[in-house]
Design a protein around this ligand. Sequence first.
Ligand SMILES: [Zn+2]
Length: 420
Amino acid sequence: MTESMVSFDIVAEAGEARRGQLQINDRTLETPHLFPVINFYGGGNEGALFGGGVHRTVKEFLAHDKEVTAGKDYSDLFHGVMTSIASLTDYGIREKKLDWYLDNEVREWDCFSDYDGMIFADSGGYKILKHGGGLEGEDFEKDIDQDKALDMQLDLGPDILVNLDHPIHPDDEFEERIEKMEQTAANAARFAERRDEVDGACYLTVHGYYEAMLERSFDLVEDELAVPIPEAFDGIALGSLVPRKDNVEVLVEAVSDCKREMQQRGYDDLPLHVFGISGKAMPLLVAVGADSFDSASYLHQAINGKYSVNLFETVPVDEADFDACDCRICNDDFHRARMRNEMDDLYQKDILGSVAAHNLAIQQRELRQYRQLIAESDQEQVAEYLEEAVKDQKGFRKFVYQLINERMNPYFEETDTTYA
Ligand SMILES: [Zn+2]
């Protein structure tokens, strides 16, 4: 039995955007925050940081591997990371290896022992559902239920955990959505029964794109739980948005409707995490009250040879202007040479790993600046920041102006209202 210390303090607000401090035992995270997705196990062995191609180079940054960091500290990119039990079997491992991975918590492996950020262990619901309710390796298939998922999550030694969820899909029929929501709620109740075993924060997953669905999602959980949600859970995680990730309007509506539900039910003090979203949607979702995100987009962009210019734009790596970037990766001759493919015997993972770290740095830098603006509790500055961020983004502009006019304008009447 453990008594975990979890608190979430909102230290400043600007409209619905908020800047907070999430404290879990002896770790603190400044919010809003992006948890980059990390695959700690890439099918390999400890000496090679468990391998995993570009994932491995990212881990070299995270684990302060001297050959990549040259002694420099990149820990600010990894204050909190997201990993999933489903990623354990990404590389078709044998069951013996899975057991070996789960034998030690992440920080008990020598190579990750220095890592001092938060580990958010996802239950892998999305992927497990996709594979018919289980995990598959070379020589095994495992059905995963709530208890098994939690056992595996706990084996990683995480700071934040979520119940096993059944994400809904835009194509699901109504009945199917309700059934998935009921299963998710039943899992949440079982998760709550075992919360004494968790030395960290327990998040509840909810699903939905608009208010009526979210209302149903919260109702079902409340019906299943023996205690009010804030007594069983330390945070809310909103899922099912990944298939809609390119439709910013849907994302903003989902997050603001989720916030509204939380307010009406008195859960507004809990942090709100949004699964699987990052990049261009983040500033808007922060503006309507999201506190954290997770995403692998920094990595997928790199794998596709894309270098982030800002939250909205990427260019092919060989067209990138490293002088225009103030991140430490681009200001390091070693990484420049890597990204330009100017060194002998470079592996793709080395070239693209540095690009991935840069892409992540861009997103983290953006959120750091945003946190500062919110800390000043100045709505006008936040609105200006949003406008500046989208000024060259045609698809976004109109939407942002609408958001500012409808949701933020009452706070500062003197704003130019010639937006639309
Ligand atoms: Zn850079």
